[in-house]
Ligand binder design. Structure first.
Ligand code: PRX
Length: 652
């Protein structure tokens, strides 16, 4: 496999210019781990009070970084830029219908301060209170995040595509006091509504006292007296001065719920100093954003990518970040390239699903625009396939741009394995090497030893890093069990990502995907247990097993094997398929609907009743079953299911 070496002109001015410089950083971290992090923490963060300890591992895996220090993330992202960049664009917003807004750092400062005062004065939000943000992609969502950070409230953003049930679960788990939402927003030039989802989520018992509604599309909404307030009205009278709360390095900054292999979604907790340090450092290293650059990440703020690489990372480093409300293929697949031309975007960061769609539906579109401003192209969220990678590299990047295939997770807070655009020779669909300071290793789960060239194993991180997850909200046991239960190195539990990976002969890492019961649909994590729990709510369903199946656009699709109750009297499977997906839409949201449902006569189980998902995964993928099935409770089930699949081929 040939490598693509970095663009020489780009490398000359990059922060990390070549592999020698990369290696120097890696060596520095290996030789003096704490010294490495200390040197960056001291220089990158504007501390209110210095820390006394770089890393405290005495209670591992519950670790503390930069203990004793005081800082504020809103100050780090906004206030400190006022002296040097007050008139620089902090956020460039493009609405779905092409409406535009440029928010300078000074304007952002005023907006965040007013918002913070509103939360404090009108809603009584205090340090440590949880605030749920259920918002479309509009600038107020970023103001809300930073306003929370300013006063020390812990935000929990729930992606706008989640249903009322999913929102309710997250509100209750976090015991949120306030919900910030919008009446709605625009999608493909049509208004859509959000507020009614919040109303439904708050019906019945709730911890929420107040709801703040940003009036984005001015559609009619129901206002609950004493609970719901208009942001547009309240904000008018708020002072634009609000002192930032001095936060301890380990005070929580936010929660973000994500799916695991078991049970309900978990509230991943990120704390203040370590998170913001790594968000900023990775922005600088991985995207190599320069003072006059314009950077665009197409994620939604409801996911970790939106947190770290639309809001916190870019603003912490004083960059210009583009925020886009719309759909990147609307009105056509030229939309992103039109925006790149118009804003002269220098770094573009998106997901493989988007790259595949743009490739398939608009192969020629990039050529219609002047996109020569692009320097770095990023991808994240799922393995990217070589054809999509090549199109991205050759057509979008004109073979001049580095592609940074950034591997990371909600739990890692920021990138952990990624090329550096001025240094790392890249190869298609490969995340390449751990970033300096991140001790990421592929280990054999049985022996805990690092696997060799050409071998596969479990992707682990064997030393704590500053932006790592600090806990699962309200469930410290689950934190230990979920992440530190599977792999031990030298007898010590290490962080396991849930992903499989392999090394090539150069030590480059390729991520092969989840090895647990998590499916990655268009870069969105779905726990099979969660989807199964939703499907079981359908009264006709007796049993269900959900697995992932390769999908041309989404990467993975959801495949459900459903056993119906014998007395359900189902005549029309298509109707039943629709009904089951309706239940999923209600319980989780559109993002979790099944692509395929097979109504099976039974499920392959061991004699102790354990469903053999490995077999079901293989069948869904059309792979041969290598496992011994003779010990199953009813081995004939496998054959029956295979026959059914053969029969339905073409329709499934
Ligand atoms: O399976 C890996 C995949 O996405 C998972 C993390 O999902 P989430 O927490 O939702 O965060 C997504 C955005 C960071 C990982 O466990 N993943 C992420 N990046 C890559 C990837 N798989 C392959 N290559 C990547 N670059």
């Amino acid at each position: 496999m040939s490598f693509y070496t970095p663009n020489k002109a780009f490398a000359k001015n990059a922060r990390v210019k070549n592999m020698c410089e990369y290696q120097e950083l890696v060596d520095k971290a290996n030789e003096d781990y704490e010294g490495f992090w200390d040197s960056f923490a001291k220089t990158k963060i504007d501390w209110f009070e210095p820390y006394h300890t770089v890393l405290d591992e005495s209670n591992a895996p519950f670790v503390k970084w930069f203990d004793g220090g005081k800082l504020n993330v809103a100050y780090q992202c906004v206030d400190r830029h006022i002296n040097t960049r007050k008139n620089k664009a902090a956020i460039i917003f493009e609405g779905d219908r092409g409406d535009k807004q440029i928010i300078t750092y000074l304007e952002l400062y005023y907006q965040v301060n007013r918002f913070a005062n509103l939360l404090k004065e009108d809603f009584g939000v205090q340090k440590g209170d949880r605030v749920v943000i259920y918002m479309p992609m509009i600038p107020e969502a970023a103001f809300a995040m930073l306003a929370c950070a300013r006063i020390g409230a812990i935000h929990s953003i729930v992606f706008g595509g989640f249903s009322a049930e999913a929102l309710r679960d997250r509100i209750l788990d976090a015991e949120a006091k306030v919900v910030i939402t919008a009446d709605g927003a625009y999608r493909k030039e049509k208004p859509y509504m959000l507020k009614h989802v919040v109303d439904e989520a708050l019906s019945g018992d709730t911890t929420v006292q107040k709801v703040l509604v940003v009036e984005r599309n001015n559609e009619d909404v129901i206002w609950v007296a004493g609970r719901d307030y208009s942001y547009n009205e309240l904000i008018k009278s708020k002072s634009s001065i609000c002192k930032p709360e001095p936060m301890g390095s380990e005070d929580p900054l936010f929660l973000l719920y994500t799916s695991g292999s078991t049970g309900k979604p978990k509230g991943v907790q990120h704390n203040t100093a370590g998170y913001i340090l790594w968000a900023q450092m990775t922005m600088e290293w991985v995207f190599d954003v320069k003072e006059n650059d314009t950077y665009w990440c197409t994620a939604d703020i409801g996911w970790i990518t939106g947190h770290t690489y639309i809001v916190y990372g870019p603003l912490a480093m004083g960059a210009t970040t583009v925020m886009f409300e719309g759909v990147i293929t609307y009105p056509d697949a030229g939309r992103p390239w039109k925006m790149v031309e118009e804003y002269k975007i220098n770094q573009f960061y998106t997901a493989p699903t988007a790259i595949r769609v743009l490739h398939k539906t608009g192969e020629e579109e990039p050529k219609k625009y002047d996109i020569s401003s692009l320097k770095v192209l990023g991808t994240v969220g799922e393995p990217i396939d070589p054809p999509a990678w090549k199109w991205y590299y050759e057509v979008v990047g004109n073979a001049q741009c580095a592609i940074v295939d950034t591997y990371w997770q909600t739990e890692t807070g920021g990138h952990v394995v990624s090329p550096l655009p001025g240094a790392t020779p890249i190869k298609p669909a490969c995340a390449t090497l751990p970033l300096p300071g991140i001790i990421a290793e592929i280990l054999d789960p049985k022996t805990g030893k690092k696997v060799g060239a050409g071998e596969s194993g479990y992707m682990c991180i064997t030393r704590p890093w500053p932006s790592m997850i600090r806990g699962v909200w309200g469930d410290s046991q689950r934190f230990e069990k979920s992440y530190f239960g599977d792999v031990k190195k030298d007898g010590k539990a290490v962080y396991f990502t849930g992903d499989g990976a392999n090394y090539d002969k150069n030590g480059y890492i390729t991520i092969t995907g989840r090895v647990d019961d998590v499916i990655n649909v268009s870069g969105h994590r779905m726990g099979t247990a969660e989807v199964e729990a939703a499907i079981k709510k359908h009264p006709n369903v007796a049993e269900v097993a959900v697995v992932g199946k390769p999908h041309e656009i989404k990467g993975e699709g959801i495949f459900a094997y459903v056993v119906l109750k014998s007395d359900s009297g189902i005549a029309d499977e298509l109707e039943e398929f629709k009904m089951i997906n309706k239940v999923i839409q209600k319980e989780i949201g559109n993002i979790a609907v099944c692509d395929d449902i097979l109504f099976a006569p039974g499920l392959p189980k061991t004699r102790s009743g354990k469903i053999m998902r490995r077999i079901l995964r293989a069948i869904a993928k059309g792979e041969a079953i290598t496992q011994d099935i003779s010990t199953l409770e009813d081995p004939s089930i496998v054959e029956k299911i295979e026959m059914m699949i053969k029969r339905t081929k073409g329709t499934l």
